[in-house]
Design a protein around this ligand. Structure first.
Ligand code: AMP
Length: 121
């Protein structure tokens, strides 16, 4: 399926809607989640148009994937959760519960984040 350039994060990247920016560099933008699940809940996204991890792994240009890891570490440092611990989540596709079809990493912390996944028997 082709990347949908009308998704909300693409609009943020084009400056069409605002975001509460936490960090930015050549390849990465990070901003506070509009509906935070933890005291620290930041979304780290590539500036490139990738839907998910598989997409960037296949089509990403040199440096983009490393820049995402660097961006996550920078967000952790800037928000202080590098000291206390944090969780990184990238929901992918239907079963993963992905709502926005632009690759993003949730950085969650500021309190114990809790069990990794609830078992649904
Ligand atoms: P996911 O379910 O992994 O696709 O997560 C999408 C996330 O984007 C959710 O946590 C939303 O709260 C968040 N979100 C949606 N719209 C915005 C927005 N305009 N600014 C910041 N976060 C947003």
């Amino acid at each position: 399926m082709a990347y949908d350039s009308n998704n909300i994060f693409a609009k943020i990247l084009r400056g069409e809607i605002p975001c509460d920016k936490v960090y930015e560099d050549e390849h990465v933008l990070a901003f506070n989640d509009i509906s935070p699940k933890c005291p620290v809940h930041v979304l780290v996204i590539p500036k490139g148009a990738y839907e998910n991890i598989g997409d960037i792994a296949e089509n990403g240009k040199h440096g983009e994937m490393g820049a995402l890891m660097h961006g996550i570490a920078e967000v952790a440092r800037l928000t202080g959760v590098d000291k206390t611990g944090y969780r990184v989540i990238s929901n992918t596709g239907e079963d993963g519960g992905q709502e926005v079809p632009h690759l993003h990493f949730h950085v969650l912390g500021g309190r114990p984040v809790g069990p990794m996944v609830k078992r649904a028997d």
